[in-house]
Design a protein around this ligand. Structure first.
Ligand SMILES: [Zn+2]
Length: 275
């Protein structure tokens, strides 16, 4: 166990976003005895071409829970309808309560500009909650926080209004198989809906072991891309020799509305950088 365990809250819009964006980093925290909670704000009940509603929501909740087990973390799915997440006061207060109850040192969330409205509003909700978690007269049934957590956005490739700025890049080579194992649990997404939506359903192997290998291959390029894009930052954090050898990475951008991410607290919040 870590001497001072951190509380890490990984929030996403859909059941698969938390592990897709930060599953490797989550596994690294879990291995070191830190406490990680993944939360999907929606229940995922719209993300399929043949199923929907409550049966799909339950299927995705179970898939997410299993993905959490693969990473050694807790993974919960709330019950807001998929494709219908709004930055409402009701949802903001829900997010405030979740943050206060878990008392995170660090929160990860999508960036506010993204192709999916649920991702955009999930990001908006966390930003809207960030200061309010410290205000006692808001959501007063859950004790307020005295310090705002540090908040970081998870990597995406969108360029407008500005490209992703990598403030922290975490090497996940040691846990890349655990990340793929987690994604492999999302059968309804990785092998059904996303391939249908992306029109490559015919490429998905029928056999379970072949599917896992196929998914591993698909993730390979993406995770290598993040390491290659931010090679200089990896060198800065891990030292050039180690940074140059990193194959797979996850990247994070500081959000201005949380507590500041500094060159001092980055070492405590991301206890992975041995040179
Ligand atoms: Zn999503």
């Amino acid at each position: 166990m870590a001497n001072n365990p951190l509380n890490i809250l990984i929030i996403g819009a859909h059941p698969d976003d938390p592990d897709y964006s930060a599953g490797g980093t989550a596994a690294l925290y879990a291995q070191r005895g830190h406490r990680v909670k993944m939360v999907s704000l929606t229940n995922g009940d719209a993300g399929h071409h043949e199923q929907g509603g409550a049966p799909l929501a339950w299927r995705r909740r179970i898939e997410a829970a299993n993905a959490g087990k693969a990473l050694g973390v807790e993974y919960i799915t709330l019950d807001i309808h998929d494709g219908a997440l709004l930055p409402s006061l009701e949802n903001r207060n829900l997010v405030i309560a979740i943050i206060r109850e878990f008392q995170p040192d660090l929160i990860t969330i999508h960036r506010p500009n993204d192709y999916h409205p649920d991702h955009r509003y999930a990001s908006q909700l966390v930003q809207d909650a960030s200061y309010m978690v410290t205000v006692p007269n808001v959501v007063s049934h859950v004790p307020h926080l005295r310090t705002m957590p540090v908040i970081v956005h998870t990597w995406d490739h969108f360029q407008k209004p500005y490209p992703f700025q990598a403030d922290v890049v975490v090497a996940i080579d040691a846990v890349v198989e655990a990340k793929v194992d987690a994604l492999h649990c999302h059968t309804s997404q990785m092998y059904e809906w996303l391939p249908y939506n992306g029109r490559y359903l015919e490429q998905v192997p029928a056999n379970l072991a072949e599917r896992r290998a196929w998914l591993r291959q698909r993730q390979d390029a993406r995770l290598r891309r993040v390491a290659d894009l931010y090679r200089a930052k990896l060198g800065e954090l891990y030292g050039t020799a180690r940074g140059d050898q990193v194959q797979y990475a996850e990247a994070f951008e500081a959000c201005e509305y949380g507590s500041p991410l500094t060159s001092e607290n980055v070492q405590t919040l991301f206890p992975f950088f041995t040179k």
